[in-house]
Design a protein around this ligand. Structure first.
Ligand code: SIN
Length: 278
């Protein structure tokens, strides 16, 4: 079958048709997929009907599939077993079957609060609400390119300090007593290992301060950059259809989620991809 790649927006993202993820992706199809991922940063393969095992096999094409999530003991069905992270508002016996909270989530990059962030994230839509619950993607490479030369020079060599308490959806949330704070610093301007292009690697949910700048200089600059990376021209809003399978590159893309009605089911399966051990 011929593989077609169609841009999803002027900002980023491409829709890929002609690949069935129940089969191992090889040869020209895999080459097209890798090229589209590199060029568009977010890929959407619609109309899929895949198991967790298919999703893990896909992840392994790009790195190491992360499958050691701790999940609720309430999960018994095959797809709800240990190691599968669901993103859902469904409760079973009053306990959420998913690992993320409901409602909207501010822009972030998965794993930037860890020393080794996730290379990519995959999300497979099983059930979606009739409206809302869109996933927004922001192109951090375009955001960097749009900065003026003075700002680029100011950011050169700076690092960003990120912190996150699990289940936070907004930077202003006050952590529960005893909650564990996960922290890491990374280059504020990240050079992509495959393309050599620079991305403005910071996000509203987790980025706290610019390391190495005095607070009176760093705090307003951080605020300004957080607004900058969320400018509409850098963003694509994905409206989900069941069967959509998405993968995005956390090294150059932030994502966020819009709110959705709590009485409508939203159920997606998520695996992140880490760099393979050398
Ligand atoms: C996430 O922030 O990782 C979840 C995205 C989504 O539910 O659309």
């Amino acid at each position: 079958m011929t593989v077609t790649v169609t841009p999803l927006s002027a900002a980023l993202g491409a829709r890929i048709e002609g690949i069935d993820l129940r089969q191992t992706v090889t040869g020209a199809a895999l080459a097209a997929l890798r090229r589209a991922f590199r060029d568009h940063q977010v890929v959407c393969l619609p109309g899929q009907k895949i198991s967790a095992a298919n999703q893990i096999a896909f992840c392994a094409l790009f790195g190491a599939a992360d499958s050691d999530y701790k999940v609720s003991a309430q999960r018994t069905e095959t797809d709800y077993r240990k190691g599968v992270m669901l993103v859902s508002n469904v409760r079973k016996n009053g306990v959420p079957i998913g690992n993320l909270p409901d409602g909207d989530i501010q822009f972030h990059s998965d794993g930037c609060h860890r020393d080794r962030p996730y290379l990519a994230t995959t999300l497979y839509a099983i059930r979606v609400p009739r409206g809302g619950g869109d996933t927004l993607f922001a192109n951090l490479t375009a955001a960097y390119d749009a900065l003026d030369a003075d700002t680029k020079a100011r950011l050169d060599g700076c690092r960003i300090h990120n912190s996150y308490v699990l289940d936070a959806t907004s930077r202003d949330e006050v952590p529960r007593p005893g909650a564990v704070l996960h922290e890491a610093t990374h280059p504020l301007v990240l050079t992509h290992p495959d393309t050599g292009r620079k991305a403005l690697y910071l996000n509203r949910l987790m980025s706290r301060w610019i390391v190495g700048l005095p607070r009176e200089e760093g705090a307003p600059l951080l605020d300004q950059l957080l607004d900058h990376v969320e400018r509409p021209e850098f963003i694509y809003a994905h409206k989900w259809t069941p069967g959509d399978f998405l993968m995005w590159d956390n090294r150059c893309v932030n994502h966020a989620r819009t709110d959705f009605p709590s009485d409508q089911v939203r159920l997606l399966r998520r695996y992140t991809i880490s760099e393979s051990a050398a």
